[in-house]
Design a protein around this ligand. Structure first.
Ligand SMILES: [Zn+2]
Length: 581
């Protein structure tokens, strides 16, 4: 026999395709030709496979060897085809009997000594094989655990080419996947470590409950990073579908710990502000790799010192945040990665990054600094809050340990369950942040006109954009969910509006309704509402001549039935085309 065929899987992004590895041996001058759109790493498979075959005690077949990877149009990259290539050409040369490897997918990289090395992306590859009807796979031993999470597939492992050869000849056994190592106890950062910052904790809880993006502004030491790091600890554990996606992405990026099964905790990514666009969004030469945004899929992407991040990089985040996926076009093909991450931005109020007392930056400098956060990106952030520096009174009056992540997570879960039940009737949205704006402005979710007076006024004045209008509505639903109310009322909408427009200190409405948020602050008057640099930002959609007029205090509630906004606001409900999305 001079021809053989073995199955393997190629990956483009998270999508896998079954690849047939053909080997043909013909008389002629000794040569190995590799065809079928291989990349540089795959081209080098010729040398790796030759050394591995010889060092495994097999004879290298004489003559001309042609290895072809089908389908030829699919770009193939990496070293995961080595094992399949070796098996195909040994079978083609007659050194191995044909048959035992029929219908089996082989994955693995070969070392020169014939050891089988782990490869990236085994989980999505095995999932793709299962989808194509394959029921048996052979993978490198370190990848065996992750391969077993795919249902309906029998996974066996190899540690060397010698073992595979022995198995096919019938005188050796394949290895069983190692047992799952007991899940490590959750020892991540806990909210109990955060003293004071009641308002920051409250904002974090709302963000977690509704899946809202969050911006934290405050001087160094105010606890921005501490809070952001603890957001995953109050998010619900990942369901099966999300866990598979997250584990697959980590497998592709090569950051999945060896021997680990499904990842159940929401991931957390905090790239440095000097990270390149490729590191943040995804990219690189050849076929693009996932970036921090995709590695934070179903979890949290924390961008500290956000104004220091180049504007073009921040702008590049906008579209993926909206669509939940990153599409990267390269010469060798287009790659797509999921990117449904919850964004937390943090910023110092000024470039000198010191405490308020020592800062000498002028208001213009401070405004320009925060202005580096692009308006359109910030327009997609639902909650923008100022964290005030901690005072001794707060630390001392905090009294006892702060509430733990577990307690907060229980409330978050309750709110999320309420949202799932509500939206299940109309669509498959699971969190409030996913609900399309038009749905919120239609019965049965349309709120009574008296409850949205302040919001409609803000839209007419240009203090919130049309996109912001919908985001405030979503936020109001989340506040109601957390408080256990069926529907948001006027106070919920007003509170959401204040959380959205970035007042300094606790939003007045939230503080008035929740006295514990201002506990320990009696030594210090609340700052003027318009002192927040966030409040001076444009409202996102370009509205010439409009800064955000501060919303001091809670908006006056007009008598029921009276509508203070003369025109425009009502037309938003009548004509959805007004809302440019
Ligand atoms: Zn300063």
């Amino acid at each position: 026999m001079s021809y053989a065929r073995v199955l393997c899987v190629g990956l483009v992004g998270v999508a896998g395709r079954l690849v047939e590895v053909e080997a043909d041996l013909s008389p002629g001058l000794p040569a190995v030709v590799l065809t079928g759109l291989p990349d540089a790493a795959l081209q080098q498979a010729r040398d790796r496979v030759r050394a591995a075959v010889v060092n495994s005690g097999c004879e290298w077949p004489p003559g001309r060897i042609t290895v072809n990877l089908l389908p030829a149009a699919l770009p193939k990259h990496g070293s995961g085809f080595d094992l399949a290539i070796a098996a195909a050409l040994l079978t083609g040369a007659g050194a191995l009997p044909a048959g035992p490897l029929d219908g089996v997918v082989l994955l693995g990289e070969l070392g020169l000594d014939g050891t089988v090395r782990p490869v990236r992306g085994v989980l999505p590859m095995v999932a793709a094989a299962a989808q194509a009807g394959i029921t048996r796979v052979i993978v490198p031993l370190p990848n065996a655990r992750e391969a077993t999470v795919v249902p309906g597939v029998t996974v066996r492992a190899v540690d060397s080419l010698r073992r595979l050869v022995g198995f096919v000849r019938g005188d050796d056994r394949l290895l069983d996947p190692p047992p799952e190592s007991p899940a490590p106890a959750v020892t991540g950062p806990d909210l109990a470590d955060v003293a004071g910052q009641q308002f920051g904790r409250y904002a974090l809880e709302i963000a977690a409950a509704g899946g809202h993006h969050l911006a934290l502004l405050g001087p160094p030491g105010a606890g921005k990073t501490m809070l952001a790091e603890r957001l995953p600890s109050i998010l619900p554990v990942l369901d099966d579908e999300a866990a598979l996606e997250v584990t697959a992405l980590q497998s592709i990026a090569g950051v999945l710990p060896p021997g680990s099964g499904l990842i159940r905790r929401p991931p957390y990514q905090a790239p440095h502000h000097s990270s390149s666009m490729a590191a943040l969004i995804g990219g690189g030469s050849g076929l693009a790799r996932p970036g921090a945004l995709s590695l934070a899929h179903r979890g949290v992407l924390f961008l500290d010192e956000a104004p220091e991040i180049p504007r073009t990089t921040l702008q590049a985040l906008r579209q993926p945040l909206e669509s939940g996926r990153v599409v990267l076009a390269r010469a060798r093909g287009t790659t797509e990665y999921p990117a449904r991450a919850q964004l937390v931005l943090a910023a110092n109020p000024c470039p000198c990054a010191t405490t308020d007392q020592r800062c000498t930056c002028s208001p213009q400098v401070r405004r320009r600094y925060i202005g580096r956060l692009s308006g359109p990106l910030l327009d997609r952030v639902d909650i923008r809050i100022d964290l005030l520096p901690m005072r001794s009174a707060q630390l001392m009056t905090a009294g006892g340990p702060a509430e733990s992540s577990m307690a907060v997570a229980a409330r978050v879960l309750r709110a999320r369950v309420a949202a799932v039940h509500r939206w299940a009737a109309r669509g498959d949205w699971r969190i409030n942040a996913d609900v399309p704006g038009p749905q919120l402005r239609q019965p049965p979710w349309l709120l009574p006109a008296r409850d949205t007076v302040a919001l409609r006024t803000a839209l007419d004045r240009g203090t919130v954009s049309a996109r912001g209008f919908d985001r405030v509505l979503r936020l109001a639903w989340t506040i109601a969910d957390l408080d256990g109310r069926d529907r948001p009322g006027g106070d919920d909408v007003a509170e959401a509006l204040q959380l959205r427009t970035g007042n300094a200190g606790p939003a007045p409405m939230a503080a008035a309704r929740r006295p514990h948020l201002t506990a320990g602050r009696s030594d210090r008057p609340l700052p003027e509402a318009d002192s927040s640099p966030l409040a001076s930002l444009p409202a996102g959609d370009p509205v010439p001549g409009h800064g955000i007029p501060p919303l001091a205090g809670s908006p006056p509630s007009p008598p029921v039935g009276e509508d203070p906004s003369p025109t425009g606001a009502t037309s938003l409900f009548a004509d959805e085309s007004v809302v440019r999305r």
